[in-house]
Design a protein around this ligand. Sequence first.
Ligand code: MG
Length: 380
Amino acid sequence: MKKIAILGITGSIGGQAVSVIRESAGEYRITLASAHSDKKNLIRLAEEFRIPVLCYSGADAFSAKDLSYPCLVFQGEDALERGAKEAEYDVFLNSVVGISALKPTLIALEKGARIALSNKEMLVCGGEFVMKRAKELNSEIIPVDSEHSAIFQCLQSGKKQDVDTLIITSSGGAFRDVPISEIDSIDPLHSLDHPNWNMGKKITVDCATMVNKGFEVIEAMHLFQIPIDRIETVLHRESIVHSMVRFQDGSVVAELAEPDMRLPIAYAFSYPDRHKTPVKRLPLEMNLSFSRIDPDRYPCFYLAREIAKKGGLSGACFMSADEVLVPLYLQKKIKFSDIYRSLASVCSHFSDLGGEYSLQDVFYINEEVKKYTESMWGKV
Ligand code: MG
C-alpha cells in the first residue's frame, strides 16, 4: 500500500485525489493532509481516512481534540513544513496554490518521496533551484497538470535525445470566441465559465488570459529540461489531446483522454503502472481541431514566453504580479485588459532578474513584486 501525502486536500485537485483514492480499492493510504481554511472538510476527510498527520494554516483553533482518533495536528505558519518532516509518505501531492508549499516540498524531496506536482509556483518561481536540487537527490517529480502529464506519458515512447519539440495544447479559455473589443465589458464572473475543465477560480481566469499556458510553458521548460524555442503551443478547442511530443524521426506522439484531472493524478500515484480509474472511456467519433494562438487575443501568453527566455527570477515576478491582479479583476477593480498591461509594466520594472538565485530570493522577490503591483492599483 502506497502512503500518500495531500497538500491542499480540500481544494479542487485535493478533492479529485481523494476520489482516486476512494476508488483505488485499498492501493493507497493518506498519511498527511493539509488545508488552508476549510477546517470542516479537513476534519470530515481526516475522520473518513483516519489520517495520522494534519496541517492547518487557518487562524481559528484546531487541535487533535477535534478528532475522534489519535493524530498529530500542526497549525500556524510553519505547519506544512513540520507536517512534511513528521509524516511518512511515498508520494507527496503538492496541490496548494502559492509559494508556501516550496519549503515543505523540498523537505519531501530530501526525504526521498516522489513529488506529484500540481502546484505551479514550484517550477515557475523556483524552477532552476528546484530542478537542480531534484537532480542532486535523483528524485522523481511526476507532473499532475494534464499537459505535463501528457508530455511525460508521450516521452515514455522515446529517448530524451530523440525529442524534437514538446507541443502543449490550449483550449483558449472562457473568452476564446468573444470579440477582443468586447471582453472588457463582460462580467468577470463569465471568465469562470471554462469551456472544458472544472477548476479553481484563479486558474480559470488564468486560462482566459492564457497566463496559465505561459506558466505551463515555463514549467515544461524546467521539468523536461528543454529550451523554450523547442516548446510549441497550439490552440485545441476540444481539450482531448492533452499535449504531444514530436520526435526527430517525424513521429508526433499524443495523449488523448476525457478532460478529467483524476487521470493525471492517478498516473502520478501509480507510475509506471496504470490502474483503473473512474474516468470515462473516450469516445472516438469526434472531430479534433488545432490552430495557431492569436497574439492579439493572448498577449499574456507571448509575454510569458519572453519571461521564460530571461530565466532566473523573472518567472517569480510574472507569477507574483498575476497573483495580485486576478483577484482585483474578479472584484471588478480592474479590467480584463489591465491584467496584461500591468503584467507587462511590472515585468519591465523588475527587468534585471536573470541569473542564479537562492530560495530566500524567491520569497523576497515575491513580496517586492506584490507590493509594487498593489501600489499600482491598491490592495486587494
Ligand atoms: Mg493545465
